[in-house]
Design a protein around this ligand. Structure first.
Ligand code: CA
Length: 362
């Protein structure tokens, strides 16, 4: 064999080899191993809420052949539960799972990304986010915090909480020491109550020793686990400060931009799955939990009408005051309120009469 022929042969063999290897090499180059840490605001005991981040992590791994790994840490493991936004903003972690209304101290507009008292139901919040312009408005707001956020679950309408004594009218709220954080707490304060902010684990002992007269948490499934029914038998509804609170995945803007397009798609679709799964879990788990609580002697009560009316009036006074001094809040509030009013027009025609007939007419 002439040397030239040998070289030619070797050349074509390696070219053929390169052609076979090329797709694999290209794929490997396009899909690097990426390892992220997700800081959750929530304890593992809140399996439905905490679990949403695990759904996200598992689906993202499955869609990327395990190459995009998101490790989930419970509240407090990496950063305190109420500082997840800060950790994502400054890049301490790549992403987080939190409730945006924890951050109303920075700007009250964060509440639109989670829950406003007398605001949207879970269905309506989802509609606003996915198809009503809400996500775009909130993304613009979150840009100021170096974050891209995604809807990441919803509990559905929460309960109004556990009361040691019955609430017969607005007057019974005077001086009532109640664990109720956020905007709900601000409104309760204007109605004469004394709101307290306590993490979940501290509520039971405070109720037990009488430091609290009442406490709100989530709903039957989560509340049952913390045992409030053993001390405070009066369980009120609805949690008008959380008609459909949304949880959110928060991603650091630079980390998001640096992610390969395929991984961004995987994250996005996994977040949608986690968002839908949480509400389904609550809707399936709350009814049997409620029945078990009633069997334990829990008394279910609706808040008196004067409490509901005063709370709603106070809520909108608070929003209007905020809009007058906070341009970011005002911008979103105008759009949010327009959407809310239009949802109400529709839901009272079809959804509410159907539900009312189904639930109440024998
Ligand atoms: Ca709550």
């Amino acid at each position: 064999m002439h040397r030239r022929d040998f070289l030619k042969g070797a050349g074509s063999a390696s070219l053929a080899g390169a052609a076979v290897l090329a797709p694999q090499l290209a794929q490997a180059a396009d899909t690097p191993v990426v390892k992220w840490r997700l800081a959750s605001s929530f304890p593992k005991s809140l399996d439905t809420i905490y679990g949403a981040a695990e759904i996200l992590s598992k689906r993202v791994a499955a869609l990327t052949n395990g190459k995009f790994e998101i490790r989930v840490f419970a509240g407090g493991e990496l950063v305190p539960g109420l500082q997840v936004l800060d950790a994502v903003q400054n890049g301490t972690v790549e992403c987080g799972h939190s409730a945006s209304y924890y951050y109303v101290g920075k700007n009250m507009a964060f509440a639109f990304d989670c829950a406003m008292p007398f605001g949207l139901t879970a269905r309506q919040q989802n509609a606003w986010m996915v198809a009503g312009g809400g996500l775009e408005l909130m993304r613009e707001f979150f840009k100021g915090y170096n974050i891209v956020q995604f809807p990441g679950g919803n509990t559905g309408t929460q309960m109004g909480g556990w009361f040691r004594h019955e609430i017969k009218s607005l007057a019974d709220l005077k001086g009532l020491k109640m664990r109720i954080p956020g905007l709900g707490g601000k409104i309760m304060a204007r109605l004469g109550a004394v709101p307290q902010t306590l993490p979940g684990g501290d509520i039971y002992p405070a109720l037990e020793r009488g430091a609290l007269d009442a406490a709100e948490w989530v709903g039957p499934y989560d509340d049952e686990k913390l045992g409030f029914y053993k001390i405070a038998k009066h369980y009120y509804y609805p949690g008008w400060w959380e008609g459909g609170p949304q949880l959110s995945f928060m991603v650091n803007q630079q980390k998001w931009t640096a992610l390969p397009e395929q991984y961004r798609q995987a994250f996005e679709v996994a977040a949608i799955e986690a968002n839908a799964a949480m509400l389904a879990q609550y809707d399936a788990k709350n009814p049997p939990a409620m029945m078990r609580l009633v069997q334990q002697g829990v008394k279910l009560h609706a808040f008196p009408k004067d409490v509901m009316l005063a709370a709603r009036r106070t809520a909108f006074e608070l929003f209007d005051e905020e809009a007058a001094k906070n341009p970011a809040f005002k911008k979103i509030y105008i759009e949010w309120k327009r959407f809310r009013d239009s949802e109400i027009q529709w839901f009272k025609v079809a959804e509410a009469p159907y539900a009312n007939f189904l639930y109440y007419v024998k």
